[in-house]
Design a binder for this molecule. Structure first.
Ligand SMILES: Nc1ncnc2c1ncn2[C@@H]1O[C@H](COP(=O)(O)OP(=O)(O)OP(=O)(O)O)[C@@H](O)[C@H]1O
Length: 973
């Protein structure tokens, strides 16, 4: 290739032979290298190149042969070399042109937007899979050129296909294929309409405009990939359908120029909307080498369900079901390694009308076949192939040097089937198979392009990946076109009607295709080595026969075994294809299921996001309100947020504090309420008890003969009351001993203990607290002479540390109830003991009958004299009592503790014991009382006792009162 390019220009102006050599080398260097082992088996001379022939003197320059002119007059066939020289790297890439279909609606917004001449952006609509499942944003795609919806057919042709038309006229292969989903405008671009002709008619028109008056009359026909052979006008092997010039009056009649019988079968092409010759096209022409004569041959095939059918086949003989329709076989040209279609009908056309006629015939046949096979016409790939044969021409002699060295090139124009997904077509039966095959062939096309691109970017020395051309008929057929020639891809997009996701796949496909570099190193010009025309016709025939014998033998499948093997291969391939198809469909289904699930998931997520957003918005609204109500200095930024967060913290703290306060107040109010309830009753009780105490004091005073003095002066008691007291004396006589023993028995304690077993902790705690409060209240009341108001009581409770202590302790009562009860008792006992000591210190004579007994025993001895002894004795007695008291108290406590575990007998026994003690004490106390003596003595000691009692009566002994009142209050329980 490089040799051709480098040497081409230099040699172009020098000799004829050199370009020939260089071109020959260029074409076949690789091919010949590859083919050497094959050639061994062929009867073809090992070195049959024109150069070698020239070298060996077998061949002569054409000019020599025909006119004996000098080589300087021989036309230089350097078009391809110069073309190659001009060609930059980019020109080797597959060119991808995007064409956007016009939108029929003004309402719907297209999801594709043109950025500039080469770039577009695709914005996924919200209902697209790409948006829902993949959350895709806008994506940019690059093309060789972008054509908007207003692009005319003419401009589109000029910018996309005209270079290829030039190429094919100059000997280069070309491939144009239109890719896109259904209804995107592929057929419109390729074929066009009656008034808006597409690429294909314009190509034909341009070719014939360009080669006008340069048509060849040589009897040469194309064979295999890019070879030619002579045909004789009488030969039956001549293409059966040729649009005869004689039919130009009615160009739509196709006829077999050689076989009259076929005339009956030829179809009259009906005028259709698709194409017409009602008006002249734009008369576009390109420069061609006028030293050649040109022959144009066309063929038209379709690939349907992975089978290639000839659309120029006589429909008369094919009016049968699709299964019987004869499929063409792709064969391998052993000489060049290229693929070609065996038995394809190639038709010589001499003008554009004939080209139209063939095109229309093919379209009609396609319709007929598809109707017969019940298929959809747009579900197949349509390929229109134009072959141009260039035959050197001796201008001076006006002789064609046709058979010496000819150049063939071809341009294939492909209208691919729609690339939509299976989901959007019928998914059962034949339609499913169709869709599967279309998808498959397009997928393979994509794979091939991908691998080609990968191979091209591989570093030197690395093995190239095998391109899977054979995986589909489409790629197999265009294998050579990708490797040899220029390729143009037309990407059709319908930005509204068809799905975004499908169109996105199309764009991605084209992105790959665009990067594939095609090669021109195998220049498609091929010189017919059958230069044997230089020899006699017989020789030609002989050589032809010799040359072709091996080919035909190998290619025409005469060997039944080979045929069978081929059939088996085809069979297996069919199975493999259908398996792949099923697999592909399954994959698609699974992918769709997964994407649906993802879509549901995403919509759920979206809902959550919306909720979140709503919350955020409402918060923002609230913040806005706060911001509005906040000084402007803190309106912005972080200070605002700091302020608000501080404010929130502060408010929360305040709320917490308020809640605590409320709780406290509630507790207090509960306690106050209960206190209030009990207050009146307590006051009444206390008054009553006071009265009772007064009565008792009076009683004792009366007993001591002081009553008269007291009652006469101070007492409020009526005579009646005093009499009543006197009358009731025996029954109301309260032994001090008994009062003291009361402590030992501690009914309150017992009651407490009993109730402990039945009450719940809360009640007990409440009761304890209440009792303590009452005790305190009583103290207070007594000390303040009943001047208590509710407020004071409350204040007292509130302020009293003891109360607070109680409250605090109430919190831990749950766990330590017994301890607290014990502590309470202890406290009470201590108080009691203290009171007693105080009281006894002050009133021991009054309170202690034992002491009185002692005094009685000391008749005649002055109390004043014996004071120390008496005090001592008294102390001793007090101590004894205290000890006794402690023992009893301890016993009582033990008993109460035990009560929970002891049985009733133990308790009864204990009680009996206590009662016995009490009785004993009473007896003892009674024993020591000698009333007359006592009175006498007391009378004598009046001054002392008088003062003593007076004091006692006045003071009403607060500690004593307290003790008594405490006892009274305990008695309530
Ligand atoms: N650029 C365009 N300008 C005007 N009309 C267009 C254009 N492209 C497409 N159309 C119209 O859109 C319709 C569908 O186009 P067309 O038949 O070419 O689609 P398609 O891709 O070939 O579909 P299918 O794959 O089914 O064959 C036709 O009526 C055609 O005339």
């Amino acid at each position: 290739m490089e040799n051709v390019t480098q040497s081409g220009k230099k040699e172009a102006n020098s000799t004829y032979s050199t370009p020939l050599r260089s071109r020959q080398v260029g074409i076949s260097e690789t091919t010949l290298k590859k083919k050497k082992p094959v050639n061994k088996d062929l009867p073809v001379p090992p070195d049959r190149t024109p150069t070698s022939a020239l070298r060996r003197g077998i061949l002569k320059p054409i000019s020599d042969v025909s006119s004996n002119k000098t080589t300087s007059n021989i036309p230089s066939v350097t078009f391809s070399e110069s073309r190659l020289k001009k060609r930059d790297h980019n020109s080797g890439l597959i060119k991808a042109y995007l064409r956007i279909r016009p939108i029929n609606s003004d309402v719907i917004k297209p999801y594709i937007q043109i950025i500039n001449d080469t770039e577009v952006v695709m914005i996924p609509p919200k209902d697209s899979h790409a948006f829902k499942a993949c959350n895709k944003g806008p994506e940019k795609y690059m093309f060789t050129k972008v054509f908007n919806e207003r692009t005319s057919q003419k401009r589109f042709f000029l910018e996309t296909t005209l270079p290829l038309v030039k190429g094919v006229l100059n000997g280069t292969n070309g491939l144009v294929f239109a890719y896109g989903v259904t209804n995107s405008g592929k057929t419109y671009s390729i074929q066009g309409t009656r008034n808006e002709e597409g690429i294909l008619p314009r190509t034909l028109d341009t070719i014939f405009n360009s080669i006008q008056n340069l048509e060849s009359e040589a009897q040469i026909k194309p064979v295999r990939y890019n070879e030619v052979e002579n045909y004789n006008g009488n030969e039956t092997s001549v293409p059966p359908i040729i649009v005869s010039k004689s039919h130009m009056e009615n160009p739509f009649i196709l006829s077999d120029s050689n076989s009259s019988s076929n005339k009956n079968n030829s179809a009259e092409i009906e005028d259709s909307d698709a194409l017409d010759l009602t008006h002249k096209l734009d008369n576009i022409a390109v420069d061609v080498d006028k030293q050649f004569r040109y022959a144009v041959w066309v063929s038209y095939v379709e690939i349907y369900n992975e089978k290639i059918y000839d659309l120029l086949e006589d429909p008369g003989s094919a009016k049968q079901p699709e299964s019987k329709r004869k499929a063409l076989i792709v064969k391998n040209d052993k000489r060049t390694g290229n693929k070609y279609l065996s038995d394809i009908k190639e038709v010589r056309i001499r003008n554009v009308e004939e080209g139209y006629a063939v095109l229309k015939q093919g379209m009609k046949n396609r319709q007929i076949f598809s109707t017969l096979a019940n298929e959809t016409s747009s579900r197949s790939h349509c390929i229109f192939m134009i072959k141009v044969i260039k035959i050197p021409h001796d201008k001076d002699n006006a002789t064609e040097l046709s058979s010496s060295f000819v150049v063939t090139s071809r341009l294939s124009i492909v209208d691919l089937a729609g690339s939509e997904r299976t989901k959007h077509v019928q998914t059962t039966g034949t339609r499913l198979k169709e869709a599967g095959n279309i998808n498959r062939s397009l997928m393979v096309l994509g794979q091939c392009l991908e691998i080609l691109r990968a191979n091209q970017t591989r570093p030197k020395g690395q093995k190239h990946i095998l391109v899977p051309y054979r995986h589909s008929k489409l790629t197999e057929l265009f294998q050579s076109s990708f490797a040899d020639g220029e390729s143009v891809m037309i990407v059709n997009i319908n930005p509204v009607d068809t799905g975004f996701d499908e169109n996105m796949q199309v764009m991605k496909f084209s992105a790959v295709a665009k990067d594939v570099c095609t090669s021109l190193k195998n220049i498609s010009s091929h010189y017919g080595y059958r230069s044997t025309l230089l020899f006699t016709p017989k020789k030609i025939e002989k050589e032809n026969k010799t040359c072709n014998s091996n080919d035909s033998k190998s290619e025409d499948n005469y060997d039944p075994l080979i045929n069978m093997l081929f059939a088996q291969i085809e069979d297996l391939r069919e199975k493999w294809i259908s398996a792949e198809m099923r697999c592909g469909n399954l994959k698609l289904e699974i992918r769709e299921q997964v994407s649906d699930e993802i879509a549901v998931h995403m919509s759920n997520m979206g809902k959550k996001c919306m909720d979140q957003q709503n919350i955020t918005e409402s918060m923002e609204r609230q913040m806005e309100i706060i911001r509005r109500d906040t000084p402007s200095t803190i309106h912005s930024g972080a200070s605002y947020y700091n302020f608000s967060s501080n404010l929130i913290d502060k408010l929360q703290t305040e709320i917490q504090e308020l809640e605590n306060e409320v709780e406290k107040l509630e507790n207090k109010s509960r306690i106050c309420a209960s206190l209030l309830n009990d207050k009146d009753a307590l006051i009444e009780k206390l008054q009553f008890e006071n009265k009772e105490l007064e009565r008792q004091i009076l009683y004792f005073a009366q007993k001591l003969d002081y009553v008269d003095i007291e009652t006469e002066d101070d007492s409020n008691l009526t005579d009646q009351e005093l009499n009543a007291m006197k009358i009731n004396k025996p029954s109301e006589e309260i032994s001090l001993k008994e009062i003291e023993n009361y402590n030992y028995l501690s009914p309150t304690k017992q009651e407490y203990d009993d109730r402990l077993c039945t009450l719940n902790i809360d009640d007990i705690v409440k009761e304890c607290v209440e009792e303590m409060n009452q005790k305190r209240t009583l103290d207070e009341i007594n000390s303040q002479k009943e001047e208590t108001t509710l407020k004071e009581v409350e204040n007292y409770n509130y302020l009293s540390p003891t109360k607070q202590g109680c409250d605090d302790r109430a919190g831990i009562l749950d766990n330590d109830l017994y301890d607290i009860v014990e502590e309470c008792d202890e406290e009470v006992n201590q108080k009691r003991t203290l009171d007693e000591v105080n009281s006894q210190n002050e009133n021991y004579d009054y309170l202690s009958p034992t002491k009185q007994g002692c005094d009685d025993d000391r008749v005649g001895i002055s109390l004043f004299e014996d004071n120390d002894d008496i005090v001592e004795e008294f102390d001793e007695e007090v101590n004894q009592r205290r000890t006794l008291h402690e023992i009893h108290s301890q016993k009582g406590e033990d008993a109460s503790r035990k009560r929970s575990i002891l049985n009733i007998d133990d308790i009864v026994e204990e009680r009996e014991e206590v009662n016995q003690k009490r009785t004993l004490d009473e007896i003892n106390s009674q024993k020591g009382e000698d009333e007359p003596r006592k009175r006498r003595k007391l009378r004598n000691k009046k001054p002392y006792f008088e003062t003593e009692i007076e004091e006692n009566l006045n003071k009403v002994s607060p500690p004593k009162m307290k003790l008594i009142s405490n006892r009274k209050s305990f008695r309530r329980y």
